[in-house]
Design a protein around this ligand. Sequence first.
Ligand code: FAD
Length: 342
Amino acid sequence: KEEAKQATMEDMQDSKFKVQGVWVFAEQSQGKIASVAYELLGIGRKLAEELKSELSAVLFGPSDEVQELIKWGADKVYYADASQYAYLDDELYARTLVKLINQHKPEILLAGATAIGRSFIPRVAARLRVGLTADCTGLEIDKETGNLLQIRPAFGGNIMATIVSPTSRPQIATVRPRVMKRGEYNPDKKGEIIKIEPLEPTGKVKVLERVEETSFCKVNLQDAKVIVSGGRGIGGPEGFSMLWELASLLGGTVGASRAAVDEGWIPYAHQVGQTGKTVCPKLYIACGISGAVQHLVGMQSSDIIVAINKDPNAPIFNVATYGIVGDVKVIVPLMIKKLKEG
Ligand code: FAD
């Protein structure tokens, strides 16, 4: 154990001085690159600029969209297009990524906190014997040290923790989808696509069957451009009828706080927050929601937040673009009336 510990520290010290570049693992499913990959390129570009280094994407599995990664900000794409990479194989993905990291020594590696990222990125960190901060909701560069500040909710969402890996490289973080914004799309951007020599699967794990998830829920909160969300202040299930009416007039859907879900006023599929969905619509209207930190982590990246609450001191007003102090049962019908009048 001692030997291993010493070797790790030496490796870290040694590698810290050679590392460079920000890497984003771009996951795909059936060739379609996941939206979170473009979000990671958005934050990755910012981090790379602050570190004055390059931004690279890593793509495993055949895809027609590889050029999109460059147009969304990557300078280079390390691309394994062999068929054995088409679906997640933890062992194969981890071995291939570790080999690449050992060859190129990136300073930072970001992946989505998705089923794929959560499954194989810990194996990568363990093999490299470096740390991993899971489920980050914020990433910044410490201006003094150049270390990555990895921000995530901790202790059941009661605090936001900032985690630093001062010696281990690469600094690895999985990032919650829909929290980071995409960067700029440049259709003329040029970049380099570097084909990776494929590895063979170990055969330790064999995929027998793939069954696509069928959702019974029609709610597509995470893609909605407008969300009208209700909390305990709505007063009961009937309060949600007016929220549905407002949402449909605005071309959106309805979300909810956990309190409203726990009361049984609306199904869990609508819950926004730490234990619900993370959303990033253009417009989020919070009706009768106090603004607990567990709710905020799921919606605070929305472009415009309108809060309606009868308590002028409700914490939701701290993140709101526009605040309306008043009774939702008065304000929402007024909004509906105005919208109907055109
Ligand atoms: P309350 O906090 O009760 O607030 C109701 C608000 O409505 C008040 O501000 C009040 O002033 C206002 N109001 C009342 N009547 C009216 C009216 N007529 N007109 C206008 N305003 C009115 N919460 C989530 O939302 N999502 C999560 O994913 C989540 N995960 C959690 C995970 C953990 C581990 C824990 C411990 C908690 C979690 N919570 C989550 C719960 C969270 O802490 C809060 O309890 C919850 O968000 C409160 O919901 P609320 O704002 O609707 O209710």
